[in-house]
Design a protein around this ligand. Structure first.
Ligand SMILES: Cc1cc2nc3c(=O)[nH]c(=O)nc-3n(C[C@H](O)[C@H](O)[C@H](O)COP(=O)(O)OP(=O)(O)OC[C@H]3O[C@@H](n4cnc5c(N)ncnc54)[C@H](O)[C@@H]3O)c2cc1C
Ligand code: FES
Length: 267
């Protein structure tokens, strides 16, 4: 709730850098107020077109932050992301942010032996998180999974950081052959993490919730939902979450998108 009140509208965030690897895109935007307030796991809502289609803004995790700039990393998958992918350096983007409650790394959590798992485009917030954890002195392992080697374009970005990176692909073209959850589970004893963070498709997240529960390790999972507004006004994003003990239809944009794994009801 507090984060939503602090939300900033920046109608002219300037795109200063853009690159792509196939249908994955990285865009750097100058937006001083949003960048300075951003926390790992928070997101922005971007207006991708000046026309009425698509009418609704689209949510994107904050991938990194440096000074007055922030980056988003996304996969073009539909009308909105295709329009965003077509934006050029020097163009302005209308964004709202920072939104939602990010990963909780306060009160010593960020200093623990941490493991972060990103599946496909779900790797986007993991980079910002890993950078903050490293700055806090945490021992960080990142698992990065995708269908094929082309789905791991950020591998070199992570390798340039002082962390352990473990990659998986479903077709075996890079790293472990299989799902990232399989690789993660096979390394549990060796890594002995004290805290696990994850972002990715629902099936991956449900698996991570199961593995961490079995091993008695707390996990924080960043959920996706279709979002109309991004700040609690439309009820378009609700999912069932255990809040104060009881199951409740909960606004993912406002109370999340990050939740403790043991509070999420998988349907
Ligand atoms: C908090 C949050 C953070 C996200 N961060 C990232 C990110 O960092 N990188 C990234 O690539 N993607 C991210 N997404 C997903 C991204 O918002 C959707 O892929 C995007 O909105 C699809 O828009 P579109 O117009 O291209 O797709 P559409 O043409 O509208 O639909 C294509 C597909 O995307 C799904 N979709 C449509 N709208 C949304 C929506 N608002 N939220 C989720 N799924 C949607 C549809 O169900 C469909 O499967 C995030 C989603 C959320 C909720
Ligand atoms: S997206 Fe509108 S309430 Fe969550």
């Amino acid at each position: 709730m507090l984060e939503s009140i602090l939300m900033i509208k920046d109608p002219s965030a300037r795109i200063t850098y853009r690159r792509n690897w196939g249908d994955y895109y990285l865009i750097r935007i100058t937006s001083p107020e949003i960048a300075q307030k951003a926390l790992p796991g928070q997101f922005i809502m971007a207006r991708v077109s000046d026309r009425s289609v698509p009418l609704l803004r689209r949510p994107f995790s904050i991938h990194s932050r440096e000074g007055d700039s922030l980056e988003i990393f996304f996969q073009s998958s539909g009308i909105g992301t295709t329009l965003l992918a077509g934006k050029k350096e020097g163009e302005d983007l209308d964004i709202l942010g920072p939104l939602g409650n990010g990963f909780d790394i306060k009160n010593g959590i960020g200093k623990k032996r941490a493991t972060a798992v990103g599946g496909g485009r779900g790797i986007a917030p993991i980079y910002f998180l890993a950078q903050e954890l490293l700055a806090m002195g945490s021992d960080v392992t990142v698992f990065y999974g995708g269908k094929t080697a082309r789905d791991l374009p950020l591998k070199e970005r992570f390798e340039a950081k002082n962390l352990r990176l473990m990659c998986s692909t479903e077709d075996g073209s890079l790293g472990f052959r299989g799902f990232v959850t399989g690789l993660f589970e096979s390394k549990m004893d060796q890594l002995n993490p004290e805290i696990v963070f994850a972002c990715g498709p629902d099936l991956m997240m449900e698996e991570i919730a199961g593995i961490t529960k079995k091993n008695g390790i707390p996990a924080q999972l960043s959920l996706e939902s279709i979002m109309g507004c991004g700040f609690g006004a439309c009820w378009g994003c609700v999912k069932k979450i255990r809040m104060s003990g009881a199951e409740e239809w909960t606004k993912i944009c406002q109370e999340g998108p990050v939740f403790p794994a043991d509070r999420i009801i998988w349907e």
